[in-house]
Design a protein around this ligand. Structure first.
Ligand SMILES: [Zn+2]
Length: 143
């Protein structure tokens, strides 16, 4: 989660929304990324999607069975779905996203009968750091 937070800081310094993600297998980092939606002009370039894409290329597989994803903020519905499609084993996230989250808020993707793979979900990791980073970022944006 420290690496995910570092990626979130890097994203902020690029003017992106400060969210970072890390994909690990057997305790080893396979891929890490921060949001790049502005840089890539791609609304799907969320940190989670970028690490899933990269890890699938590195592991040469469209499924990430046995892999764990760490992300600083509760994933949105799109990312929650991608995590399910990738067959990720465990999802660890930092802060809750009451407005945009899709795991424990909003659409609650994993609670839907149409969701075929449900990862184990653990939340609250380095929650305060992730929240402060986001609040600072949006406060500066408004100034
Ligand atoms: Zn997302």
């Amino acid at each position: 989660m420290s690496v995910a937070l570092a990626e979130a800081h890097n994203a902020a310094s690029r003017g992106e929304v400060p969210i970072g993600a890390v994909l690990a297998k057997d305790g080893t980092i396979v891929a890490s990324a921060g949001n790049r939606t502005r840089e890539l002009k791609d609304p799907t370039a969320h940190a989670e999607i970028l690490v899933i894409r990269e890890a699938c290329q590195i592991l040469d597989n469209e499924r990430l069975t046995g892999c764990d994803l760490y992300v600083t903020l509760e994933p949105c519905t799109m990312c929650a779905a991608a995590i399910s499609f990738a067959r990720i084993r465990r999802l660890y996230y930092g802060a809750q996203d009451i407005k945009g989250g899709g795991v424990e808020n909003g659409a609650r993707f994993y609670a839907q009968p149409t969701c075929l793979h449900i990862p184990e979900v653990y939340s609250g990791f380095k929650e305060t750091e992730a929240e402060v980073l986001l609040k600072e970022f949006f406060r500066h944006k408004r100034l």
